[in-house]
Design a protein around this ligand. Sequence first.
Ligand SMILES: *[C@@H]1O[C@H](CO)[C@@H](O)[C@H](O)[C@H]1NC(C)=O
Ligand SMILES: *[C@@H]1O[C@H](CO)[C@@H](O)[C@H](O)[C@H]1NC(C)=O
Ligand SMILES: *[C@@H]1O[C@H](CO)[C@@H](O)[C@H](O)[C@H]1NC(C)=O
Length: 268
Amino acid sequence: MIKLSLFVLLAASCTAVPLLSEVEPFITNGELAEAGQFPYQAGLNVSFGNWSTWCGGTLISHYWIITAAHCMDGAESVTVYLGAINIHDETEVGQKRILVQKSGIIVHSNYTASTVVNDISLIRLPTFVTFTDRIRGANLPRRINGNYPTYESVRAFASGWGRDSDASETVSPVLRYVEMPVMPQALCRMYWSGAVTEKMICMSTTSGKSTCHGDSGGPLIYKQGNSSYLIGSTSFGTSMGCQVGFPAVFTRISSYLEWILNHLISHV
Ligand SMILES: *[C@@H]1O[C@H](CO)[C@@H](O)[C@H](O)[C@H]1NC(C)=O
Ligand SMILES: *[C@@H]1O[C@H](CO)[C@@H](O)[C@H](O)[C@H]1NC(C)=O
Ligand SMILES: *[C@@H]1O[C@H](CO)[C@@H](O)[C@H](O)[C@H]1NC(C)=O
């Protein structure tokens, strides 16, 4: 079986961390994002006490962010970056950083690290975040003729601060993105055999364009007119590298709408 590689990026200062040490995702061969181009993109500096990891996430309302379970499982707190392009520039116009304690983190109760199933979690911001030209929520998927689309073969955007090449060892300071087609599920399953379920959605990664370490939890977005629909959340790729052309795998958001909405409603 193909060896999975999660797309989180360990902080350079980390030493032995059993579960995440083999993990890997970022945007490789991507374009630089412009201010306001991906206003739903969140950056997450996840703290586990004496070490931290970097992940992405997606703002879906004034209070909530969707990210990966493998980013947040066991976290003590997380610093959420909103409206950011350059995460090293604290004075960047429009950038906000918000500290969220463990009580604001909800990991899917059936997340299974060994198979990376149900790789989804929610973060509730402690205060209402005002939308601006650089901070805005993405839409959840909508039914068309009664069913959620599979999005097969549509072009979609993946973005993040993940490693920008297989040779790189740190996250990118600036936000990057790729625009690639959603791979038909049957084809993706041929690559990944049993590892890919119907609750996952895959992106083609030809020309070395891919998500990579540090992009975990970040958005896969289908744009229609002026609307941005969150169709996936970055989950894993192959440990052979982000640029080898193997499909990148995301959690399929339409499979978790009930779970998401139940948590949102219970906090109103
Ligand atoms: C973190 O701290 C704990 C307890 O102090 C220690 O056992 C562990 O080795 C430390 N981990 C790292 C990665 O430094
Ligand atoms: C995340 O926070 C830790 C602790 O404050 C810091 O050392 C690290 O540089 C931060 N990571 C990034 C990518 O900013
Ligand atoms: C987790 O799995 C159990 C057993 O299959 C199921 O009953 C439960 O509803 C699942 N929980 C969620 C949040 O999906």
